[in-house]
Design a protein around this ligand. Structure first.
Ligand code: A2P
Length: 296
């Protein structure tokens, strides 16, 4: 940890780039509401926005950054879709993301999924290395990669990803994968940190909230930061956005952490299986799977 900005400390990524530990997640913030949500988040003090080409809201994130007027001071992450793993596609996709977001360089560019069935993630990783060398992205990493996928890209390039963004919440967290990442200096980012809002109903979470006089969501987000995760909560409601930032003024004790750790249940995954998920993540595909909505 190094600097603190708006109460949120930064974590140093390999390569020297600092990332705010708490970011604003935008998965399933639909295009028609995304600009307002990101403007609200920025006004409340978030300085790290996490999006993806697949979320189909990059242009709205870009519009919010422009309206806010200090885009250079906001840490922006976006991700390469499964359909774009080939070198030429990845180069074009990066250009499109830069143009949608209206920025000169992406702070953190991730391969969204390994999609091992397509077997092109090594090519995608080599292209991200090239994009970093060209200065179009400041740091590079992956999402949803398991140790065998990480081993392969590291062996092929000698370049270790700065982060691995994975599903992580009390009822489904991945201690072995985290240990693998920690040993290699890969920062773990937690997506769906509240388990899509379900994990905040768990008994040990509510008990800790009661003791500390905070909300269950704050307890879960605090559990993440005490584990050293970069954490990416999502909300479209300003009151919750504000609450989700306010997690640095209290501490869970060891017994509370242990009780929350024990909630883990492999059946409680809310996202996709990295071994099998290989959908193209184009707009048509996202619409067909209900992962994007164009109208209220
Ligand atoms: P909403 O957008 O209506 O606020 P995750 O980040 O794990 O995917 O969870 C997101 C879900 O959790 C969303 O449904 C969001 O709803 C809800 N959520 C976000 N912050 C809070 C909070 N502080 N309290 C309760 N629910 C929350």
């Amino acid at each position: 940890m190094s600097n603190v900005f708006n109460g949120v400390p930064t974590v140093s990524l390999s390569g020297g780039v600092d990332i705010p530990q708490l970011g604003f997640g935008t998965f399933q913030i639909w295009p028609y509401e995304a600009q307002q949500a990101v403007e609200d988040a920025l006004a409340l003090g978030y300085r790290h926005i996490d999006t993806a080409a697949a979320y189909c809201n990059e242009a709205q994130v870009g519009a919010a950054l422009k309206a806010f007027g200090m885009a250079d001071e906001i840490f922006v992450t976006t991700k390469l879709r499964n359909a774009d793993h080939g070198r030429e596609d990845a180069l074009r996709a990066c250009d499109e993301s830069l143009s949608n977001l209206g920025i000169n360089a992406i702070d953190l560019y991730l391969i969204h999924w390994p999609a091992p069935v397509n077997d092109r993630y090594v090519e995608a990783w080599k292209t991200l290395v090239e994009l970093q060398e060209r200065g179009m992205v400041r740091s590079i990493g992956v999402s949803n990669f398991l140790p065998e996928h990480l081993d392969r890209i590291i062996e092929a390039t000698g370049v270790v990803p700065a982060v691995n963004q994975i599903e992580s919440h009390p009822r489904f967290w991945q201690p072995e994968l985290e240990a693998y990442c920690r040993e290699r200096g890969i920062v773990v980012e937690a997506y769906s940190p509240l388990g899509h809002g379900k994990d905040i109903e768990s008994e040990p979470v509510c008990a800790a909230a009661e003791r500390l006089g905070v909300t269950p969501a704050q307890v879960v987000l605090r559990w993440h930061v005490q584990k050293g995760h970069v954490v990416l909560p999502k909300s479209t409601k300003p009151a919750r956005m504000k609450q989700n930032m306010d997690i640095y003024g209290f501490e869970l004790d060891e017994s509370e952490i242990a009780a929350i750790d024990a909630l883990h249940d492999p059946a409680c995954m809310v996202s996709q299986d990295p071994y099998t998920f290989c959908a193209p993540q184009t707009l048509e595909d996202m619409l067909a799977r209900g992962s994007v909505k164009l109208e209220p």
